[in-house]
Design a protein around this ligand. Structure first.
Ligand SMILES: *Cc1c(COP(=O)(O)O)cnc(C)c1O
Length: 493
């Protein structure tokens, strides 16, 4: 076969036409980034998009090139000015971290080198190994454990559960990677009613189906009811079902509650079940000696999933999973077609291919930001920041308890406090409506972003402080505004 190329003409690249002009623009970008972060407190947390602002994203497909400075100006006008708000000191919605200025710069450096951390003999794989080794130390895991960085807690849970599935099937004499789940018994997994929805999604993706989930009630602090769990396992066994895994949560999404992980570890040992901990919210609290006792038993898990973009304040898109038996983790995922054969020399050399540890082949350089920020701040600083957040959540609970117009609905276990506005003579159903309306107004006025949830049937304002910029004065302001707006709504009833 022959190929015919055209005669040589001007060869293009995507490099700048004018390096000096781009250097100048890049300096302006960096200046703007620093200013944007430095002054974030002075702006509203969030503002609803106007119809005109929405319309900016209905533009025609660009066919011809533009000056990068013009594109940047458009970005600054239409996009930078409309943030989600989670970098703001008064953002406490859901469990969304703030990121940091150093984190943004680290991401730029990662993109500068732009390696594919799927494999090959390269420093990027060793950077990832380095941070995984540090996390093993932080969480009290053995050196023989393995780990991998993924996009977040959802994929970390799924990765761990895929290893659990592989090992469980193998113990029953089945190669699930070959045979799949077709002839599998009716497996059962146990977790509390407060478990994150990503577990259900994982069970779906892995072929178990959500019927495999045995949802166990929680106690008055939203922790899994241990006696109910033991009874459920026994009842399932008696019904001919096959228990295989228990999930403990280290920091639930609603209230930041931590299950009794030692009790779960004991049950799993006795019943020969895989013990997984979803530590998306709370696991990194182990960086603080003061908070570590709250997570006791986590280190006994067969696998731990956790987020770095929530309570560790890293840029969104970084989670981690650790697996106690590193060899089984590898066996679950390794797959080497000819074009990915690991060599003994050259760039394809090196024993450590992270594509052998999750569903991702091409993988971004998540590890660089983790490495840089752990070096910059040290575990000590992170531990102090997390203690500060826990303390702030308790401070908010004190403010709530001190006000007759507020009612605490969930005391903080870690960094989440839930409460509601109340006024005398108003029934629960109306209070639900008042609180929901109040939350919308607080958000739409750009004052603060808590989120809403329901606790024991009551609508709750939920404040989750995974935010290194929050100060106590921000919580004072929230409480003042919640009461002011709540009163305003009640007057208009
Ligand atoms: C947020 C969360 C997850 C999912 O993590 P993502 O990073 O959003 O994918 C899993 N478990 C818990 C408890 C969470 O709060």
């Amino acid at each position: 076969m022959s190929a015919n190329s055209t005669p040589l003409k001007l060869e293009e690249s995507l490099d700048p036409q004018d390096w000096e002009a781009l250097r100048e623009l890049a300096h302006r970008m960096i200046d703007d980034v620093i200013e944007y972060h430095r002054t974030v407190r002075e702006r509203p947390v969030w503002e609803p998009l106007s119809p005109q602002e929405r319309e900016t994203m209905n533009a025609p497909l660009p066919v011809d090139s533009s000056d990068p400075a013009d594109v940047y100006d458009e970005f600054a006008r239409d996009i930078l000015s409309n943030p989600m708000g989670n970098i703001h000191p008064r953002f406490w919605g859901w469990v969304i971290g703030t990121g940091s200025t150093s984190g943004a710069l680290a991401e730029m450096l990662a993109a500068t080198i732009n390696p594919n951390v799927g494999g090959g003999d390269q420093i990027a794989s060793l950077v990832e190994k380095q941070v995984i080794d540090w996390f093993k130390q932080i969480l009290g895991y053995p050196e023989t454990a393995s780990g991998v960085l993924v996009s977040g807690g959802s994929l970390a849970n799924q990765t761990a559960l895929q290893v659990a599935r592989y090992v469980t099937a193998r113990n029953a004499g089945v190669d699930v990677r070959k045979q799949g789940m077709i002839n599998a018994p009716r497996y059962r997994i146990y977790c509390s009613a407060e478990t994150h929805s990503s577990v259900e999604r994982s069970m779906d993706a892995l072929g178990f189906g959500s019927d495999s989930i045995n949802s166990i009630p929680v106690d008055d602090q939203y922790r899994i009811d241990i006696a109910a769990l033991e009874a459920a396992i026994a009842a399932d066994r008696a019904a001919g079902l096959t228990p295989f895994c228990v999930i403990g949560t280290a920091g639930t999404t609603n209230t930041g509650s931590v299950d009794d992980l030692n009790a779960l570890a004991d049950i799993c040992e006795r019943e020969k079940l895989w013990f997984h901990v979803d530590g998306a919210v709370g696991a990194v609290g182990a960086m603080s000696a003061a908070l570590r006792p709250l997570l006791a038993g986590m280190e006994r898990a067969d696998s731990i999933a956790f987020d770095l973009h929530k309570w560790m304040y890293l840029t969104i898109g970084i989670g981690c999973v650790l697996v106690r038996n590193g060899k089984d983790h590898y066996r679950t995922y390794t797959l080497t077609p000819d074009y990915l054969k690991h060599g003994t020399r050259g760039l394809s050399g090196g024993d450590l291919w992270y594509s052998d540890y999750s569903a991702e082949l091409s993988r971004p350089y998540r590890a660089l930001e983790v490495w840089m920020l752990l070096k910059e701040h040290g575990v000590g600083k992170y531990g102090r920041m997390m203690e500060q957040n826990v303390d702030q959540a308790r401070y908010l609970a004190d403010l709530v308890n001190a006000s007759p117009k507020l009612e605490l609905l969930a005391a903080p276990q870690l960094m989440i406090t839930c409460f509601r506005y109340r006024a005398g003579g108003i029934d629960d159903a109306t209070l639900d409506k008042v609180n929901e309306e109040m939350l919308f107004r607080v958000q739409e006025a750009g004052i603060a972003i808590p989120s809403g949830t329901r606790l024991h049937g009551k609508y709750a304002i939920r404040v989750c402080i995974v935010n290194h910029r929050t100060r106590r004065e921000d919580l004072d302001l929230l409480v003042r505004e919640v009461i002011r707006i709540g009163d305003e709504i009640v007057r208009s009833l």
